[in-house]
Design a protein around this ligand. Structure first.
Ligand code: SF4
Length: 346
């Protein structure tokens, strides 16, 4: 039987990861949020940092949003961190620090979607819920020969129904973990290891040489190219930054941003920035899932007494203060690789 084989394979092959073999919903939830759209090798150090700094949901709820964003820094998709924090506060305020146990309650919490609600309900509370993530789409589509588009709502519904239909009555946590692990380790996207696979005698994709066609997915539109010019104003040893109020980097600190590739001298002149020296310029390309950012950094030392008008909603921070601020990875790169190497930034 399909599920028995998966459970047996999982028990013999599972990777030793710190969020396995626990039924603590806090640890399971934390690992699931961190691992969304993130490789295990990348997410692991973040998971360790979070449990060290916030060992339980109450300590996470008590933290400031800045502390949470700072710990998350570099992992991207910052809305996950903000929702993580909101969710922790809600669990403490409304559920007295205990995660609800049912799928229907879990899915109401911030940042918890169908997959994460199923994962917590089954791993932590042994509920009869089937998890369906990218790995599960791949294994099911290949093994059962399902060609429905996994990027369509109809396709997703079909896979969820199939996953529930084949869910075993017992050992649900091991089965759910197992099918995801099987997809991550054996039935991989590029080169599935079919020759050593326990399912290879009956697998549709193997029998029809259709591994490369499955799962079926309509192509994503290509990512958009955008240009940023950051003006890094320095005055008396302080760097002028602002906290973003919107977008994916909401809550993070960055330099004055002009969202286009502008001529620095012209822009400074047009904005009345007088008595200044441009110390250096640097460029960096940053690729996100939906955007390719060409960023240009212009470091400007201000010698004037007063601040120019364009910095009125920015604040000056020393280097040690900046260290503790949450920042986009682009800004972190510039601070470490460019600004801290300047001979005399002040
Ligand atoms: S035989 Fe190949 S394609 Fe089929 S489940 Fe195994 S690894 Fe995946």
């Amino acid at each position: 039987m399909f599920s028995d084989k998966i459970i047996d394979w999982y028990r013999r092959n599972k990777r030793d990861l710190p969020w396995r073999d626990t039924s603590d919903p806090y640890l399971i939830w934390l690992s699931e949020i961190i691992l969304q759209q993130t490789r295990v090798s990348q997410g692991l150090p973040y998971y360790m940092a979070f449990i060290k700094q916030f060992p339980n949901v109450k300590s996470l709820a008590k933290a400031s949003e800045n502390e949470v964003l700072r710990t998350w820094q570099g992992l991207g998709y910052y809305s996950r961190a903000r929702n993580l924090h909101k969710c922790a506060r809600l669990v403490v305020d409304q559920y007295n620090g205990k995660f609800p146990e049912t799928f229907d309650e879990l899915i109401q919490l911030p940042g918890i979607g169908h997959y994460t609600a199923s994962a917590i309900a089954s791993f932590a509370f042994n509920q009869r819920q089937a998890v369906v993530d990218g790995n599960v789409f791949r294994v099911l589509s290949r093994y059962f020969g399902v060609f429905d588009d996994i990027a369509s709502g109809k396709g997703v519904k079909k896979f969820r129904e199939l996953a529930l239909e084949i869910l075993p009555d017992k050992n649900i946590p091991d089965y759910n973990q197992g099918i995801m692990e099987f997809g991550a380790v054996q039935c991989t996207p590029g080169k599935p290891d079919c020759s050593s696979c326990i399912l290879n005698l009956e697998c549709y994709a193997r029998l029809h040489a259709a591994q490369a066609q499955l799962p079926a997915k309509t192509q994503k539109t290509s990512s958009r190219v955008v240009h940023f010019t950051y003006f890094v104003f320095i005055k008396q040893g302080k760097v002028w930054m602002k906290q973003r109020k919107e977008n994916i980097w909401q809550g993070l600190y960055e330099y004055l941003l002009v969202e286009e590739n502008t001529d620095p001298d012209k822009w400074l002149q047009q904005h009345g920035v007088e008595n200044h020296v441009i110390l250096n310029e640097a460029e960096k390309v940053h690729i996100l899932s939906h955007r390719k950012i060409h960023a240009r950094f212009v470091t400007v030392k201000l010698n004037s007494e007063s601040l120019p008008e364009c910095l009125k909603d920015h604040n000056g921070f020393s280097f040690s203060e900046i260290e503790n601020l949450p920042k986009p990875i682009l800004i972190e790169w510039h601070l470490k690789d460019v600004l801290e190497k300047l001979e005399e930034p002040s």
